[in-house]
Structure formats: structure tokens, C-alpha cells
Ligand binder design. Structure first.
Ligand code: NAD
Ligand code: ZN
Length: 358
């Protein structure tokens, strides 16, 4: 079945922490839906987490086999009745969080649909993900890609949407001095976005020099600080402040680690803000008195609302170049191998992509 270029295959994980390719029926488009031939999917840390740990946080738990993938783009191959925004042949980015969109849902009606209690997020159990060949999706949640945006870039609009939601809420301004904590995909996209937004200086941290070297290859003007786990948050802050050379206004925290959040708090100037995109353990301790006496704001984020169109414009307009983030590519039939590479820190991957050009 894996060799059949027309079969609908999908990559799934299960509660026993196994990951497999499975066969699925080819879907047909119902009213308001389009069938997407998924051409590219990126592996996210949460996909690996669901596979290896069986849950993300206390509520999202793998209880049955579940399909992976939510960073996807593809080609529309069929549309159902009432679909007006798309045609067969269009390239689209797939927005995987589909809220209820009912007028009596306050969150949906007011545009904060990431809080919709009835959201279907493909790849969060029990909803299967988009790491499959053919996927049926509500057409309203497919975003057309212009000709100069590739499927790979369309897939990378998902992490960019995460980061842009943060930038909007954190109110990032031209000329802001910024700290980015963590140089994983989210930190690196934050770095690119901060540069595009006119922030300077930008300091980026990580535990690994290789990730910082990668960051500097993306944005040569970035200053880097390699974090030594033996440093206290106060000691780390001294190094970060020295690298910045000017008071820091905003930290974009992209690790979720308690020590990193504390270091960010100590690094900022009076009145600064630590914007936490990273997701960490259930409870954490923060230096309260330092926040209080320095009016340091702490702000958090849950996914995104209405960021895909902006992400696509930024990529299409050449302001943010996401292509260098893709370090590994696999065909769909080898998606399990792709997961093993993404999960193995010695492989040095940033973004692992699965493409299907069949
Ligand atoms: P990742 O694990 O690939 O990258 C994290 C990076 O942080 C790694 O390079 C790691 O070496 C570095 N790091 C870890 N501890 C550190 C420390 N103490 N100081 C400095 N660097 C440190 O993860 P990612 O895919 O880049 O995602 C980043 C975070 O964003 C994750 O916690 C993820 O769960 C979260 N996330 C949140 C949302 C949201 O909606 N809020 C959406 C997507 C991802
Ligand atoms: Zn809703």
C-alpha cells in the first residue's frame, strides 16, 4: 500500500507509543469542504510528544490511535457544494484548528476563536492530523497560497502563525530591543519575525551552540548567548544584558523552561514584558518581587486566531524567509523515519518536512 501513489495513507501514533503508517479511505467532499492532496507537512514538537509521551499537558491525551501532523499545505483536488473561496488546483495552507464558528459562541463571534470550547484541532486527539495523502477540510479554513509561496512555506505558516499571534499580543514595535529565549523552530521564527518587524538589538539564547550558529546564519546581526545550565537566572541575565548592550524591553520566551523564564525576567529593563510562547510544566515559580518592583509584565499565549492571512502575506512579500528552516525532507511513505529523525537530538534537525509529490 505504501508504494501505491494513489492510496490514502497516514502516519499515526497510539497509546503504546508506537508510530505506524496506516491505510485510510479516500475522503469525499461534503458541503462546504474541500479535499486537499497534502503536499507538505512539518513535524512539530507536539507531534513527537504525543507519540513518545502520550499526552501534551493534562487534558490532551492519546487514548486511541491518532493521526499526526498539523503544519500542512497542499493542493485542492475536489470541492463540495457551496464552496466559493477555492477552486480545484489551488494551493492552500491548512489551518488545523477549526472552531465552531457559531454566532452564539462568544469566542468565535468576537474573533478569539482559539478559545472556542468546541474547536476541532486536527492532530490533537481524538482528531486525526493532516500527515496523510488526502484530507477533507472545511474550505473556510483553507488559505489560498499565491504562486510565489511553495508548499513548504505554506506548511511553515503554522509556526509563523503562532509567532505572529505572540507579536500581536505583545505589541512588538519597530526599534524594540528584544530577547528571544530558545532557538528551536519557534524561537528561530520569532527571530526572523523580530528582524522583519524592525527590532534591534536582538539577543537569542539556547543551550546548544549549534542552534545559535544556525540562528546567526539566519540573522547575522543577532547576538547569541549559550546558556550554561550551572548559571543562576541572575547570572544568565548578566550575560544577556551584556550581549544586548542596551536595556531590553521585551522577551519572547520560546522554551517554557522555568529557568529561562526567570532569566528573561531578570534580563529586562523596568517596565519590560516577558511574553511566554513556550509551554512548560504544570506549575512553575517566578521571581515575584523582581517582577513587582520592576513592573515586569508576564503574558501567555494559546495557539492563534486570524494569523494565517498575515503569515502568507509576509512570506509572499519576501519579508520573512522560512525556507532555510527545513533541514530534512522525507517522502510520505517514509514519514515514520522522519519522526525518528525529528525525535533524535543528535540528528541536528530544525524542521523535518514530509513531502508528497505523487
Ligand atoms: P524546541 O524544543 O524544538 O526548541 C526549544 C529550544 O529551547 C531548544 O533549542 C532548546 O535547546 C532550547 N532551550 C531549552 N531550555 C533552554 C533554556 N533554559 N535556555 C535557553 N534555551 C533553552 O521547541 P519549539 O518547537 O521551538 O517550540 C518552542 C516552545 O513553544 C515549546 O515549549 C512549544 O511547546 C511551544 N509552543 C507553544 C505554542 C503556543 O500556542 N503557545 C505553539 C507552538 C509551540
Ligand atoms: Zn466557537
Amino acid at each position: 500500500i505504501l508504494a501505491d501513489p494513489k492510496a490514502n495513507i497516514a502516519c499515526t501514533y497510539n497509546p503504546a507509543h508506537e508510530i505506524n503508517m496506516v491505510a485510510k479511505p479516500v475522503p469525499t467532499a461534503r458541503k462546504g469542504e474541500a479535499i486537499v492532496h497534502v503536499r507538505c507537512t512539518g513535524i512539530c514538537g507536539s507531534d513527537v510528544h504525543f507519540w513518545k509521551k502520550g499526552q501534551v499537558g493534562p487534558t490532551m491525551v492519546v487514548r486511541d490511535h491518532c493521526g499526526a501532523g498539523h503544519e500542512s499545505a497542499g493542493e485542492v483536488i475536489a470541492i463540495g457544494e457551496d464552496v466559493k473561496n477555492l477552486s480545484v488546483g489551488d494551493s492552500v495552507a491548512i489551518e488545523c484548528g477549526v472552531p465552531c464558528s457559531r454566532a452564539d459562541c462568544d469566542y468565535c463571534r468576537t474573533g478569539r476563536y482559539n478559545a472556542c470550547p468546541a474547536v476541532v484541532f486536527f492532530s490533537t486527539p481524538p482528531y486525526h492530523g493532516t500527515l496523510t495523502r488526502y484530507h477533507a477540510h472545511p474550505a473556510a479554513w483553507l488559505h489560498k497560497l499565491p504562486d510565489n509561496v511553495t508548499y513548504e512555506e505554506g506548511a511553515l505558516c503554522e509556526p509563523l502563525a503562532v509567532v505572529l499571534a505572540g507579536f500581536q499580543r505583545a505589541n512588538v514595535r519597530m526599534g524594540d530591543s528584544v530577547l528571544v529565549c530558545g532557538a528551536g523552530p519557534i524561537g528561530l521564527v520569532s527571530l526572523l519575525a523580530a528582524r522583519a518587524a524592525g527590532c534591534h538589538p536582538i539577543v537569542i539564547t539556547d543551550l546548544f551552540q549549534s542552534r545559535l550558529d544556525f540562528a546567526q546564519s539566519l540573522v547575522p546581526t543577532a547576538k547569541t548567548v549559550r546558556i550554561d545550565r550551572s548559571w543562576t537566572p541572575q547570572e544568565t541575565a548578566v550575560k544577556i544584558r551584556a550581549a544586548a548592550g542596551t536595556p531590553l524591553k521585551l522577551a519572547l520566551e520560546c522554551t517554557g523552561a522555568q529557568s529561562s523564564i526567570a532569566s528573561a525576567i531578570y534580563s529586562l529593563d523596568f517596565g519590560g514584558k516577558v511574553f511566554v510562547i513556550g509551554i512548560g510544566p504544570n506549575t512553575q515559580e517566578y521571581p515575584f518581587i523582581h517582577c513587582s518592583a520592576n513592573e515586569i509584565d508576564l503574558q501567555f499565549q494559546y495557539r492563534y486566531a486570524d494569523q494565517y492571512p498575515k503569515a502568507i502575506r509576509l512570506v509572499a512579500g519576501g519579508l520573512i524567509d522560512l525556507k532555510p528552516l527545513v533541514t530534512h525532507r522525507f517522502p510520505l511513505a517514509k514519514a515514520v523515519d522522519a519522526f525518528h529523525v525529528a525525535a533524535d537530538p543528535t540528528q541536528g534537525s530544525i524542521k523535518v518536512h514530509i513531502t508528497d509529490l505523487s
